[in-house]
Design a protein around this ligand. Structure first.
Ligand SMILES: [Zn+2]
Ligand SMILES: [Zn+2]
Length: 117
């Protein structure tokens, strides 16, 4: 009898728990969770013609975007995540990064990539 009441109370406590603010941030580019140490804010429209609209990305995803596009290209053509994702090099990057752990970061991919070019 009392058991049923107790269980209800516990459920209510869980639902009302205020300590739920560490829901993971998901990177809109690669759809993986972003660890707190890897969060970077990217301005979709650099130097804001409008209000600065930012998205939160992995640092490595953010670097990749800026490695591929100039500020003017980002502002004019690739000013949404969907548009970025329509670009072949980005798709290739997403395919590659999806196989890495969420907190993966490489300081420099130069040595590897330049050699194979
Ligand atoms: Zn950026
Ligand atoms: Zn990402």
């Amino acid at each position: 009898m009392t058991g049923r009441i107790k269980r209800k109370n516990i459920l209510a406590m869980v639902e009302l728990s205020p300590l739920q603010h560490d829901s993971p941030t998901v990177c809109p580019l690669c759809d993986r969770n972003i660890p707190k140490t890897q969060i970077d804010a990217h301005h979709l429209i650099p130097k804001s013609q409008r209000d600065t609209e930012t998205v939160l990305l992995h640092r490595i995803c953010h670097r990749q975007i800026h490695a591929l596009f100039k500020e003017t290209e980002l502002a004019r053509q690739f000013n949404t995540v969907d548009k970025l994702k329509s670009y072949e090099e980005i798709l290739r990057f997403i395919h590659w990064i999806k196989q890495k752990p969420d907190d993966f970061f490489e300081r420099s991919r130069k040595s590897h990539r330049l050699k194979s070019r």
